[in-house]
Write a protein that binds this ligand. Structure first.
Ligand code: 5AD
Ligand code: SF4
Length: 491
C-alpha cells in the first residue's frame, strides 16, 4: 500500500500587502524588475479561485506584490471563466473598464488568464488588441517571463496545455482568506467530455497531483490555524496516483501498480488523518465514477463532512445520453440510494441544465421529478448555453427557444427553493457542530459558520469568545431557504 517517501514541504503563504497604497510609479522611471504591484480578479469555479492563489504565489516569488486596489496596480490580471456565454460577457465588460483605465495609465499591463485565455487566444491579443498578456491554465509558471515580454512592448502569449502540470510544488498564497477554510487542488483538467462542456478544451487532459504534496499542504494549513480544506478537482472520483505518473484508468494498471495506487478514497483518508480537528470537503463528484469506498471512507472519519456535490444535469435518460454523462436516471438514483444507505443525513447538492438540445417538456418534467425524488439541499441551476467547439455545438442544434429555457429554469429554481426551505425546516430543533468562520454579513453581534452538511448557520456570539476556527454546538431555532438561525448550546 502507500508509503510516503517524498519529503515535500508546502508552507502556507499569506498575502504581502506591505506596498498597498503606494503611489503608482510610471514604468519609464522604473524598468521592469518584477517588483511591481499586481491585482488579480477571479471568475467562475472554485478551481479558478484556487488557481489565482497559485498565480499569486508565482508572482510573489518573482518579487511582485499583491494589491487589492486595481487603481494602484502595475499589472491587472483577470482569471476568466468560459463555461457559459454570460460568464464570458461579464469578463468582457470588466476588461472594457480596465481598458479605459489604461488610457490614463499607459504602462498598465492587462493580462487574461484561465479558460477564456485558452479559448480565445490570439483573438484577444491580436484581433481585438485589448490585452497584453494571455496565459492559459497550464502556463502560470511562465507569467513572470510573459509580463517582462509585455513590458518590452511585445504581446505575450502562452496557452499550451500540459499533460503533467499540477503546480504540486507551489504553495498557494491565500487570497481573500478567512483564515479558516482553504482550497487544495488535487488534480487538473477533465477527460469526461460531457457534450455541453468546454472545460476539457480549456483545461486539458486530466492529471492527478502527487499525494504527499496534498497531505503536506493540508498539514501546513492546519498548523497555520485553518480548520477546513476543500479538495478540488473537476472529477475527484477519478483521482489516481500510482507512483509512475498520472494514468487515468485504474483497471489498466498492473497488479503491482494497483497495489500501491492511491485512489480518491485513499487520499481522503490520508488527508483526514492530518487531524480530527481539520474538516475535509471535496468537489466535484461525478455519478459515473463515484465508488462505494469513497462513501464508506466518509462514514469512517468524522471529520470528512457529510456533504456531496453530485451534479445530475438532467432527470431524463435520453438527455443524459446526449450529454454523454455516462449514467442513466436509474443509475444516478442508485448512487443516491447508496449514499443515503451509508450516510443517512448526508447533504446532497447538484448542478442542473435546463433546455439542452432537443429537450422536450417531458424531459423537463423528468428533471423536476428527479428533483422531487432526491430532494436536494441545494442546486446550481443554469440554462444551456452553446459553447463553440464542444461536441454538442458540432453535432446538435441548440433548438430550445431562449424563453422556453428561461421558463424551465425558473420552474427548476422555484422547486429547489421549496425543497431547500423544507430541508431547513426539518433542521429546526436539531443541534449541529459548527465551524465558526467569522462575523455574519448582517450584524456584528452575530457569528456565521457551516455545519457538516455545508449549511450556513447564523447565531449570536462574539469572536472574542468564539474565534474564527473554533467549533461550537448550535441549536437551530429558525430558517430561510438559504440560512439556518440558531443559538449556541455549548462549546
Ligand atoms: N451551458 C450551461 N451550463 C453548463 N455547465 C457546463 N457547461 C454548460 C453549458 N454549456 C454547467 C454544468 C456543470 C456546471 C459547472 O456548469 O451544470 O456541472
Ligand atoms: Fe465539464 Fe463534464 Fe468535465 Fe464537469 S465532468 S468539467 S461538466 S466535461
Amino acid at each position: 500500500m502507500y508509503e510516503s517517501d517524498a519529503k515535500i514541504n508546502i508552507p502556507v503563504k499569506q498575502i504581502d500587502e506591505s506596498r498597498q497604497g503606494e503611489p503608482f510609479q510610471r514604468k519609464e522611471d522604473r524598468p521592469f524588475d518584477a517588483s511591481g504591484l499586481y491585482y488579480i480578479e477571479s471568475y467562475g469555479c472554485q478551481m479558478n479561485f484556487s488557481d489565482s492563489e497559485i498565480v499569486a504565489s508565482i508572482l510573489s516569488d518573482a518579487g511582485m506584490h499583491h494589491t487589492t486596489d486595481y487603481h494602484a496596480a502595475d499589472v491587472i490580471l483577470i482569471n476568466t471563466c468560459a463555461i457559459r456565454d454570460n460568464a464570458e460577457q461579464r469578463v468582457r465588460n470588466r476588461l472594457a473598464q480596465f481598458q479605459a483605465l489604461k488610457k490614463e495609465k499607459r504602462n498598465l499591463t492587462i493580462g487574461v488568464l484561465g479558460c477564456m485565455a485558452e479559448r480565445l487566444k490570439k483573438k484577444l491579443l491580436e484581433e481585438e488588441k485589448i490585452v497584453d498578456v494571455v496565459a492559459g491554465p497550464d502556463a502560470y509558471r511562465d507569467l513572470p517571463k510573459l509580463l517582462a515580454t509585455a513590458d518590452e512592448g511585445q504581446k505575450a502569449i502562452n496557452t499550451l496545455l500540459s499533460r503533467e502540470e499540477t503546480y504540486g510544488d507551489i504553495s498557494p498564497v491565500r487570497l481573500q482568506s478567512n483564515g479558516v477554510s482553504a482550497f487544495i487542488s488535487i488534480m487538473r483538467g477533465c477527460d469526461n467530455m460531457c457534450s455541453f462542456c468546454v472545460v476539457p478544451f480549456t483545461r486539458g487532459r486530466e492529471r492527478s497531483r502527487q499525494p504527499d504534496s496534498i497531505v503536506s499542504e493540508a498539514r501546513a494549513l492546519f498548523e497555520a490555524g485553518y480548520r477546513e480544506v476543500t479538495l478540488l478537482g473537476q472529477n475527484v472520483d477519478s483521482y489516481l496516483w500510482f507512483g509512475g505518473g498520472a494514468k487515468k484508468d485504474f483497471g489498466k494498471l498492473s497488479a503491482e501498480e494497483q497495489g500501491r495506487a492511491i485512489r480518491f478514497a485513499d487520499l481522503l483518508a490520508l488527508v483526514a488523518e492530518v487531524s480530527p480537528e481539520l474538516r475535509i470537503r471535496f468537489s466535484t463528484s461525478n455519478p459515473q465514477d463515484m465508488t462505494r469506498d469513497v462513501i464508506e471512507t466518509m462514514a469512517r472519519y468524522e471529520n470528512i463532512c457529510n456533504y456531496i456535490h453530485l451534479p445530475v444535469q438532467s432527470g431524463s435518460s435520453r438527455m443524459l445520453k446526449k450529454m454523454n454523462r455516462g449514467y442513466s436516471r436509474e443509475e444516478y438514483l442508485e448512487k443516491i440510494g447508496m449514499i443515503r444507505s451509508i450516510i443517512p443525513d448526508c447533504g446532497i447538492s447538484s448542478d442542473i441544465i435546463a433546455g439542452f438540445c432537443s429537450e422536450s417538456e417531458e424531459d423537463h418534467r423528468l428533471t423536476l421529478s428527479i428533483m422531487e425524488e432526491v430532494k436536494y439541499d441545494m442546486n446550481y441551476m443554469f440554462y444551456y448555453s452553446e459553447r463553440p467547439g464542444t461536441l454538442a455545438a458540432r453535432k446538435y442544434e441548440d433548438d430550445v427557444p431562449l424563453e422556453v429555457k428561461k421558463r424551465r429554469l425558473s420552474e427548476i429554481i422555484e422547486l429547489q427553493q421549496k425543497h431547500s426551505l423544507e430541508h431547513n425546516r426539518q433542521d429546526a430543533g436539531k443541534t449541529f457542530k459548527v465551524l465558526v468562520e467569522g462575523l455574519s454579513k448582517k450584524s456584528r453581534e452575530e457569528l456565521a459558520g457551516r455545519n457538516d452538511q455545508n449549511k450556513m448557520i447564523v447565531f449570536r456570539g462574539s469572536l472574542s469568545e468564539y474565534p474564527a476556527g473554533s467549533y461550537v454546538n448550535v441549536k437551530v431555532d429558525d430558517c430561510s431557504s438559504a440560512t439556518l438561525m440558531g443559538h449556541i448550546v455549548s462549546k
